[in-house]
Design a protein around this ligand. Structure first.
Ligand code: CAA
Length: 290
Protein backbone atom coordinates (compact mmCIF):
# COMPACT_ATOMS: atom_id res chain seq x y z
CA UNK A 1 0.00 0.00 0.00
CA UNK A 2 1.35 3.44 -0.93
CA UNK A 3 1.59 6.45 1.34
CA UNK A 4 -1.24 8.22 -0.54
CA UNK A 5 -3.60 5.51 0.74
CA UNK A 6 -2.71 6.25 4.36
CA UNK A 7 -5.27 8.68 5.74
CA UNK A 8 -6.14 7.34 9.16
CA UNK A 9 -3.53 6.93 11.87
CA UNK A 10 -4.05 5.33 15.27
CA UNK A 11 -1.60 6.26 18.03
CA UNK A 12 -1.57 3.86 20.96
CA UNK A 13 -0.22 5.57 24.09
CA UNK A 14 -1.03 9.23 24.81
CA UNK A 15 2.07 9.95 26.92
CA UNK A 16 4.94 12.34 26.18
CA UNK A 17 5.73 10.90 22.77
CA UNK A 18 2.30 9.60 21.74
CA UNK A 19 0.27 12.79 22.01
CA UNK A 20 2.91 14.87 20.23
CA UNK A 21 3.17 12.36 17.38
CA UNK A 22 -0.64 12.38 17.21
CA UNK A 23 -0.78 16.16 16.98
CA UNK A 24 2.02 16.24 14.37
CA UNK A 25 -0.09 13.89 12.24
CA UNK A 26 -3.27 15.93 12.75
CA UNK A 27 -1.45 19.17 11.84
CA UNK A 28 -0.24 17.49 8.65
CA UNK A 29 -3.80 16.61 7.64
CA UNK A 30 -4.09 12.98 8.74
CA UNK A 31 -7.14 11.79 10.66
CA UNK A 32 -5.68 10.67 13.96
CA UNK A 33 -7.17 8.73 16.82
CA UNK A 34 -5.09 8.68 19.98
CA UNK A 35 -5.83 6.05 22.58
CA UNK A 36 -4.60 5.12 26.05
CA UNK A 37 -5.81 2.78 28.78
CA UNK A 38 -5.11 5.44 31.39
CA UNK A 39 -7.92 8.01 31.48
CA UNK A 40 -5.75 10.58 33.30
CA UNK A 41 -2.99 10.38 30.67
CA UNK A 42 -5.60 10.76 27.94
CA UNK A 43 -7.12 13.83 29.60
CA UNK A 44 -3.67 15.41 30.04
CA UNK A 45 -2.95 14.81 26.36
CA UNK A 46 -6.21 16.43 25.30
CA UNK A 47 -5.55 19.33 27.67
CA UNK A 48 -2.11 19.82 26.07
CA UNK A 49 -3.70 20.08 22.62
CA UNK A 50 -6.35 22.49 23.89
CA UNK A 51 -3.64 24.78 25.27
CA UNK A 52 -0.99 24.29 22.57
CA UNK A 53 -3.03 25.14 19.47
CA UNK A 54 -4.27 28.58 20.61
CA UNK A 55 -0.70 29.38 21.76
CA UNK A 56 0.57 28.62 18.27
CA UNK A 57 -2.12 30.86 16.80
CA UNK A 58 -1.21 33.71 19.20
CA UNK A 59 2.47 33.25 18.29
CA UNK A 60 1.58 33.56 14.60
CA UNK A 61 2.86 30.02 13.87
CA UNK A 62 -0.58 28.74 12.81
CA UNK A 63 -3.70 30.38 11.44
CA UNK A 64 -6.94 29.88 13.35
CA UNK A 65 -8.21 27.82 10.41
CA UNK A 66 -5.17 25.52 10.52
CA UNK A 67 -5.58 25.06 14.27
CA UNK A 68 -9.28 24.28 13.84
CA UNK A 69 -8.57 21.69 11.15
CA UNK A 70 -5.86 20.06 13.26
CA UNK A 71 -8.19 19.89 16.27
CA UNK A 72 -10.96 18.39 14.14
CA UNK A 73 -8.51 15.81 12.76
CA UNK A 74 -7.61 14.54 16.24
CA UNK A 75 -9.78 12.49 18.56
CA UNK A 76 -9.00 10.84 21.87
CA UNK A 77 -10.56 7.60 23.04
CA UNK A 78 -9.90 5.01 25.70
CA UNK A 79 -11.29 2.25 23.44
CA UNK A 80 -8.50 0.57 21.51
CA UNK A 81 -10.96 -1.07 19.13
CA UNK A 82 -12.51 2.29 18.21
CA UNK A 83 -9.07 3.77 17.47
CA UNK A 84 -7.64 0.79 15.60
CA UNK A 85 -10.50 -0.76 13.64
CA UNK A 86 -10.31 1.61 10.65
CA UNK A 87 -6.65 2.68 10.88
CA UNK A 88 -4.32 2.51 7.87
CA UNK A 89 -1.30 2.94 10.11
CA UNK A 90 -0.78 2.28 13.82
CA UNK A 91 2.04 3.89 15.77
CA UNK A 92 2.50 2.30 19.18
CA UNK A 93 4.05 4.59 21.81
CA UNK A 94 3.37 2.77 25.08
CA UNK A 95 5.67 1.76 27.93
CA UNK A 96 9.01 0.15 26.95
CA UNK A 97 8.02 -3.35 28.09
CA UNK A 98 8.34 -6.19 25.61
CA UNK A 99 5.65 -8.39 27.18
CA UNK A 100 3.09 -5.56 27.09
CA UNK A 101 4.00 -4.60 23.52
CA UNK A 102 3.65 -8.21 22.35
CA UNK A 103 0.21 -8.47 23.92
CA UNK A 104 -0.81 -5.18 22.28
CA UNK A 105 0.44 -6.16 18.82
CA UNK A 106 -1.47 -9.46 18.97
CA UNK A 107 -4.59 -7.45 19.80
CA UNK A 108 -3.89 -4.88 17.06
CA UNK A 109 -3.40 -7.66 14.53
CA UNK A 110 -6.85 -8.95 15.43
CA UNK A 111 -8.55 -5.52 15.44
CA UNK A 112 -7.00 -3.83 12.40
CA UNK A 113 -7.89 -4.35 8.74
CA UNK A 114 -5.46 -6.58 6.83
CA UNK A 115 -3.87 -3.62 4.98
CA UNK A 116 -2.90 -1.77 8.20
CA UNK A 117 0.79 -1.17 8.86
CA UNK A 118 1.75 -1.75 12.50
CA UNK A 119 4.71 0.20 13.85
CA UNK A 120 6.39 0.77 17.18
CA UNK A 121 7.96 4.03 18.31
CA UNK A 122 10.14 2.05 20.72
CA UNK A 123 13.66 3.41 21.13
CA UNK A 124 15.22 0.05 21.89
CA UNK A 125 12.85 -2.84 21.20
CA UNK A 126 13.24 -3.95 17.61
CA UNK A 127 10.16 -5.09 15.73
CA UNK A 128 11.54 -8.60 15.18
CA UNK A 129 10.97 -9.21 18.91
CA UNK A 130 7.27 -8.52 18.41
CA UNK A 131 6.45 -9.55 14.85
CA UNK A 132 5.70 -13.23 15.49
CA UNK A 133 2.48 -12.38 17.36
CA UNK A 134 1.04 -10.93 14.14
CA UNK A 135 -0.04 -12.46 10.84
CA UNK A 136 1.37 -9.60 8.77
CA UNK A 137 5.16 -9.66 9.24
CA UNK A 138 5.81 -7.67 6.07
CA UNK A 139 3.76 -4.79 7.52
CA UNK A 140 5.56 -4.52 10.88
CA UNK A 141 8.36 -2.00 11.43
CA UNK A 142 10.02 0.42 13.88
CA UNK A 143 9.13 4.09 13.40
CA UNK A 144 11.15 6.08 15.90
CA UNK A 145 10.37 9.74 16.65
CA UNK A 146 12.34 12.09 18.90
CA UNK A 147 11.37 14.16 21.89
CA UNK A 148 9.71 16.70 21.64
CA UNK A 149 8.06 15.10 18.63
CA UNK A 150 6.29 18.28 17.52
CA UNK A 151 9.67 19.95 17.10
CA UNK A 152 12.18 17.26 16.19
CA UNK A 153 12.29 16.60 12.46
CA UNK A 154 14.08 13.25 12.39
CA UNK A 155 12.33 9.88 12.29
CA UNK A 156 14.24 6.59 12.14
CA UNK A 157 12.53 3.97 9.96
CA UNK A 158 14.12 0.70 11.05
CA UNK A 159 13.48 -2.18 8.68
CA UNK A 160 13.39 -5.63 10.24
CA UNK A 161 14.25 -8.75 8.22
CA UNK A 162 10.48 -9.36 7.93
CA UNK A 163 9.55 -5.79 6.83
CA UNK A 164 8.82 -5.47 3.10
CA UNK A 165 10.54 -2.84 0.96
CA UNK A 166 7.08 -1.51 0.15
CA UNK A 167 6.20 -0.98 3.83
CA UNK A 168 9.52 0.76 4.54
CA UNK A 169 9.06 3.04 1.54
CA UNK A 170 5.47 3.84 2.50
CA UNK A 171 6.60 4.79 6.00
CA UNK A 172 9.38 7.00 4.62
CA UNK A 173 6.77 8.77 2.47
CA UNK A 174 4.29 9.11 5.33
CA UNK A 175 7.02 10.75 7.46
CA UNK A 176 7.64 13.28 4.70
CA UNK A 177 3.86 13.87 4.58
CA UNK A 178 4.02 14.63 8.32
CA UNK A 179 6.70 17.27 7.70
CA UNK A 180 9.48 15.04 9.07
CA UNK A 181 12.79 13.92 7.63
CA UNK A 182 13.07 10.13 7.76
CA UNK A 183 16.26 8.09 7.65
CA UNK A 184 16.14 4.42 6.71
CA UNK A 185 18.06 1.81 8.69
CA UNK A 186 18.39 -1.26 6.51
CA UNK A 187 19.04 -3.53 9.48
CA UNK A 188 18.00 -3.59 13.10
CA UNK A 189 20.65 -2.55 15.60
CA UNK A 190 20.35 -1.83 19.32
CA UNK A 191 19.79 1.92 19.90
CA UNK A 192 19.39 2.59 16.16
CA UNK A 193 21.53 5.55 14.98
CA UNK A 194 20.78 8.42 17.31
CA UNK A 195 20.53 6.71 20.69
CA UNK A 196 23.84 4.92 20.06
CA UNK A 197 25.54 8.27 19.54
CA UNK A 198 23.71 9.88 22.44
CA UNK A 199 24.64 7.00 24.75
CA UNK A 200 28.32 7.59 24.08
CA UNK A 201 28.02 11.27 25.04
CA UNK A 202 25.75 10.54 27.98
CA UNK A 203 28.01 7.84 29.44
CA UNK A 204 31.10 10.00 29.14
CA UNK A 205 29.29 12.95 30.74
CA UNK A 206 28.12 10.84 33.69
CA UNK A 207 31.66 9.46 34.08
CA UNK A 208 33.11 13.00 34.20
CA UNK A 209 30.45 14.05 36.71
CA UNK A 210 30.95 10.97 38.94
CA UNK A 211 34.74 11.48 38.84
CA UNK A 212 34.20 15.01 40.15
CA UNK A 213 35.91 16.54 37.10
CA UNK A 214 33.08 19.03 36.51
CA UNK A 215 29.49 19.67 37.58
CA UNK A 216 26.47 18.86 35.38
CA UNK A 217 25.96 22.51 34.50
CA UNK A 218 29.57 22.91 33.34
CA UNK A 219 29.35 19.74 31.24
CA UNK A 220 26.07 20.91 29.68
CA UNK A 221 27.63 24.29 28.92
CA UNK A 222 30.63 22.62 27.30
CA UNK A 223 28.45 20.44 25.07
CA UNK A 224 26.17 23.28 23.98
CA UNK A 225 28.87 25.86 23.36
CA UNK A 226 31.65 23.69 21.94
CA UNK A 227 29.66 21.01 20.11
CA UNK A 228 26.68 23.18 19.17
CA UNK A 229 24.05 20.83 20.63
CA UNK A 230 20.77 22.61 21.50
CA UNK A 231 21.01 21.25 25.06
CA UNK A 232 23.61 19.36 27.07
CA UNK A 233 23.29 15.69 28.10
CA UNK A 234 21.97 16.38 31.62
CA UNK A 235 19.26 18.76 30.46
CA UNK A 236 18.40 16.25 27.77
CA UNK A 237 18.09 13.40 30.29
CA UNK A 238 15.73 15.63 32.27
CA UNK A 239 13.69 16.11 29.09
CA UNK A 240 13.53 12.46 28.02
CA UNK A 241 13.30 11.12 31.59
CA UNK A 242 15.97 9.79 33.95
CA UNK A 243 13.60 6.87 34.64
CA UNK A 244 13.94 5.89 30.98
CA UNK A 245 17.75 6.15 31.16
CA UNK A 246 17.73 3.89 34.22
CA UNK A 247 15.21 1.31 32.97
CA UNK A 248 16.76 0.98 29.51
CA UNK A 249 20.29 0.73 30.95
CA UNK A 250 19.27 -1.86 33.55
CA UNK A 251 17.40 -3.99 31.01
CA UNK A 252 20.34 -3.93 28.63
CA UNK A 253 22.75 -4.80 31.45
CA UNK A 254 20.58 -7.76 32.48
CA UNK A 255 20.29 -8.89 28.85
CA UNK A 256 23.99 -8.68 27.99
CA UNK A 257 25.78 -8.85 31.36
CA UNK A 258 28.00 -6.02 30.05
CA UNK A 259 28.73 -3.60 32.95
CA UNK A 260 29.04 -0.69 30.53
CA UNK A 261 25.22 -0.58 30.43
CA UNK A 262 24.70 -0.71 34.23
CA UNK A 263 23.17 2.61 35.37
CA UNK A 264 25.73 4.68 37.29
CA UNK A 265 25.22 5.37 41.03
CA UNK A 266 24.13 8.94 40.17
CA UNK A 267 21.39 7.72 37.82
CA UNK A 268 20.33 4.92 40.22
CA UNK A 269 20.06 7.41 43.09
CA UNK A 270 17.93 9.81 41.05
CA UNK A 271 15.73 6.92 39.94
CA UNK A 272 15.25 5.75 43.55
CA UNK A 273 14.33 9.30 44.63
CA UNK A 274 11.90 9.59 41.68
CA UNK A 275 13.85 12.60 40.40
CA UNK A 276 13.02 11.75 36.81
CA UNK A 277 13.47 15.23 35.33
CA UNK A 278 10.86 17.61 33.95
CA UNK A 279 7.98 15.22 34.45
CA UNK A 280 8.47 15.11 38.26
CA UNK A 281 9.70 18.69 38.64
CA UNK A 282 13.28 17.68 39.52
CA UNK A 283 16.11 15.83 37.84
CA UNK A 284 19.56 17.28 37.44
CA UNK A 285 17.78 20.64 37.37
CA UNK A 286 14.63 21.88 39.10
CA UNK A 287 11.38 22.73 37.32
CA UNK A 288 9.33 24.70 39.83
CA UNK A 289 6.24 24.97 37.59
CA UNK A 290 5.65 21.22 38.10
N1 CAA B 1 6.75 20.54 23.06
C1 CAA B 1 6.43 21.18 21.93
N2 CAA B 1 7.14 22.21 21.44
C2 CAA B 1 8.20 22.61 22.16
C3 CAA B 1 8.60 21.98 23.34
C4 CAA B 1 7.82 20.90 23.81
N3 CAA B 1 8.12 20.21 24.90
N4 CAA B 1 9.71 22.58 23.81
C5 CAA B 1 10.00 23.57 22.95
N5 CAA B 1 9.09 23.59 21.96
C6 CAA B 1 9.09 24.47 20.80
C7 CAA B 1 8.73 25.89 21.20
O1 CAA B 1 7.33 26.09 21.15
C8 CAA B 1 9.45 26.68 20.12
O2 CAA B 1 8.71 26.65 18.93
P1 CAA B 1 8.77 27.90 17.88
O3 CAA B 1 10.22 28.26 17.70
O4 CAA B 1 8.15 27.35 16.63
O5 CAA B 1 7.98 28.98 18.52
C9 CAA B 1 10.72 25.86 19.87
O6 CAA B 1 10.41 24.53 20.30
C10 CAA B 1 11.90 26.38 20.63
O7 CAA B 1 11.57 26.39 22.01
P2 CAA B 1 12.22 27.32 23.12
O8 CAA B 1 12.61 28.61 22.49
O9 CAA B 1 11.29 27.35 24.27
O10 CAA B 1 13.45 26.51 23.66
P3 CAA B 1 14.74 26.03 22.92
O11 CAA B 1 15.11 26.89 21.78
O12 CAA B 1 15.69 25.78 24.01
O13 CAA B 1 14.31 24.60 22.30
C11 CAA B 1 14.16 22.25 22.39
C12 CAA B 1 13.83 23.56 23.11
C13 CAA B 1 13.37 22.17 21.10
C14 CAA B 1 13.74 21.14 23.32
C15 CAA B 1 15.70 22.26 22.08
O14 CAA B 1 16.40 22.53 23.25
C16 CAA B 1 16.18 20.95 21.52
O15 CAA B 1 16.07 20.69 20.34
N6 CAA B 1 16.78 20.11 22.39
C17 CAA B 1 17.35 18.84 21.99
C18 CAA B 1 16.27 17.82 22.00
C19 CAA B 1 16.82 16.49 21.62
O16 CAA B 1 18.01 16.26 21.51
N7 CAA B 1 15.90 15.55 21.44
C20 CAA B 1 16.26 14.18 21.15
C21 CAA B 1 16.15 13.46 22.42
S1 CAA B 1 16.60 11.78 22.27
C22 CAA B 1 15.17 11.04 21.95
O17 CAA B 1 14.13 11.59 21.84
C23 CAA B 1 15.33 9.60 21.74
C24 CAA B 1 14.44 8.72 22.43
O18 CAA B 1 14.50 7.56 22.10
C25 CAA B 1 13.54 9.13 23.55
Amino acid sequence: MGAHEIRKICIVGAGNMGHQIALSGALAGFQVKCTDVNEEVLQKAEQFVTTYLPQRVSKGKLTQAQADVARANLTFTNHLSEAASDADLVIEAIIERLDIKRKLFAELDRLCPSHTILTTNSSYIVSSKIVDVTNRPEKVCNLHFFNPALVMKLVEVVKGPHTSEETAQTLMDVCVGMGKTPVLLKQEIYGFLVNRMLAAIKNESIYLLDMGIAGHEEIDTAVTLALGHPMGPFRLMDLTGIDLTYIVGMERFQETGDPIYRPSPTISEKFAKKEYGRKTGKGFYEYPEK
